[in-house]
Design a binder for this molecule. Structure first.
Ligand code: UGA
Length: 440
């Protein structure tokens, strides 16, 4: 879209930030029939998006983006000035990373507020999709009144999508949560989400902001809880997979997010758990439970490497194949990935690592050290054929669906450490593998 075209049109929604959340929200709302324009401060990204090139791996997203571009419902622009004055809703979806002490870095969010406030039409609405500390939307309204002398409503509309299943999660969510500061903004939001059929909860701004943090922190707590149960299962002879099923069938507990393994990663859980702990601290409350959730999560990675080390006595000179670099399957995201920590720890202990991931190698290369002791392989076969042990670090379907019978013939060693419990323990034993997993 040329700046001239942008000026001549109005938009139902302008989305600021073409990351996972922003781009998925923009494409899905465009698919629901709204006219949407996405802005990002990175002009190269915008240029590529105009041609339908997605900056990250997300199954199905390219099709929706291309379809909505072709139907003239999705547009991209590098500049706020040309599009924000024509927007009914400005949705903020910029990153809110962690500072070293866990505090949320909202610098980019406030930069956007300051830039859009003077440009926005007085009847337009701001919608927070970024995960921001409790109280931020209220603060934003006061700030806009001060700097732009306008009374603009800021709505909290937290996002619960997961990477890898983002489209489905966005269009078929378990619930939608909207924190609206007025009846007028509540009405606008009701129209916006009319096409998404699910339970809709309308709350205060602070409650909506808290629901987002509390949900992620609770899911992370479930994972750390089952990981500790798994560690006790190992010394007592119980099987954590069956324990999780037996617990989870109780509807009050639920079966999801009870997969034991090497812990949670990604751009959200680690950041949001630390943020909520920090928010509690700034309100003179020590969130003891979350301290332990964080501690258990980092322990789980170290404990796994120690398990491998104990098997060999020393890892010096051993070659370990690591299958999976992404923080979970179906994504190329390596942020806070357990696999990255595990590889660093293996290297530190003197091992050589041969790594393979179906899509995350490029991102992993940016964060892992460049050393002859770490090499990347295009296929599972290449990685395992030279290794003294194989580690599964990511729950990719290609690893669980692999033909392990055929693989075994190519492997130098039949020793497998499954950090995600994705393989059938019994079958692996029958095939003659020396198979170790988590809590089984
Ligand atoms: C998470 C939440 O699930 C979303 O609801 C939320 O919208 C998102 O954060 C966010 O705040 O933006 P995501 O980070 O994409 O989504 O990943 P998840 O699928 O939740 O997995 C997180 C981590 O937990 C992964 O490392 C995964 O391997 C691990 N995990 C998950 C387990 O170890 N065990 C489980 O049972 C489930």
């Amino acid at each position: 879209m040329t700046p001239k075209e942008a000026q001549s049109t109005s938009y139902d929604i302008v989305v600021v930030g073409a990351g996972y959340v922003g781009l998925v929200a923009a494409a899905c709302f465009a698919d629901l029939g709204f006219r949407v324009c996405v802005i990002d401060r990175n002009p190269d990204k915008i240029e590529r998006l105009q041609h339908g090139v997605i900056p990250f791996f997300e199954p199905g997203l390219d099709l929706v983006v291309k379809r909505t571009i072709a139907r003239k419902r999705l547009f991209f622009s590098p500049s706020l000035e040309s599009v924000v004055p024509h927007a009914k809703i400005v949705m903020i979806a910029v990153g809110t990373p962690s500072q070293p002490n866990g505090k949320v870095d909202t610098h980019d969010y406030w930069k956007v507020i300051d830039a859009i406030a003077p440009l926005m039409h007085a009847t337009a609405l701001i919608v927070d999709k970024s995960t921001v500390p409790i109280g931020t939307a209220q603060k934003a309204m006061k700030r806009i009144a001060r700097i732009a002398k306008k009374s603009i409503d800021v709505v909290s509309f937290p996002e619960f999508l997961r990477e890898g299943t983002a489209l489905d999660d966005f269009l078929k969510p378990d619930r939608l949560v909207v924190g609206a500061p007025s009846k007028k903004s509540e009405r606008i939001m009701k129209r916006l989400i009319r096409g998404i059929r699910t339970k809709k909860i309308f709350t205060s701004l602070e409650t909506a902001e808290m629901i987002k943090y509390a949900s992620n922190a609770f899911l992370a707590t479930k994972i750390s809880f089952i990981n500790e149960i798994a560690n006790i299962c190992e010394s007592t002879g119980a099987d954590v997979v069956d324990v999780a099923l037996g617990m989870g069938l109780d509807k009050r507990i639920g079966t999801s997010f009870l997969r034991a393994g090497i812990g949670y990663g990604g751009s959200c859980f680690p950041k949001d758990v630390k943020a909520l702990k920090h928010i509690a601290g700034s309100n003179h409350y020590s969130f003891k439970l979350l301290k332990s959730v964080i501690e258990v999560n980092s322990f789980q990675r170290k404990y796994f490497v120690e398990k491998i080390e104990r098997h060999f006595r020393s890892l010096k000179g051993k070659t370990i194949a690591v299958l999976g670099l992404a923080f979970k399957g179906n994504t190329d995201d390596v942020r806070e990935s357990a696999s990255i920590d595990i590889i660093n720890e293996l290297l530190r202990k003197g091992a050589k690592v041969v790594a393979h991931d179906p899509v995350a190698e490029t991102n992993a290369r940016k964060v892992l050290p460049v050393t002859p002791k770490l090499i990347y392989c295009q296929t599972i076969e290449h990685a395992v054929k030279q290794a003294d042990a194989t580690v599964i670090a990511t729950e990719w379907r290609t690893f669980s669906d692999a033909n392990w019978k055929t693989l075994k013939k190519k492997m130098k060693s039949s020793l497998v450490f499954d950090g995600r419990n994705i393989l059938d323990k019994q079958k692996m034993k029958e095939l003659g593998f020396d198979y170790y997993s988590i809590g089984r």
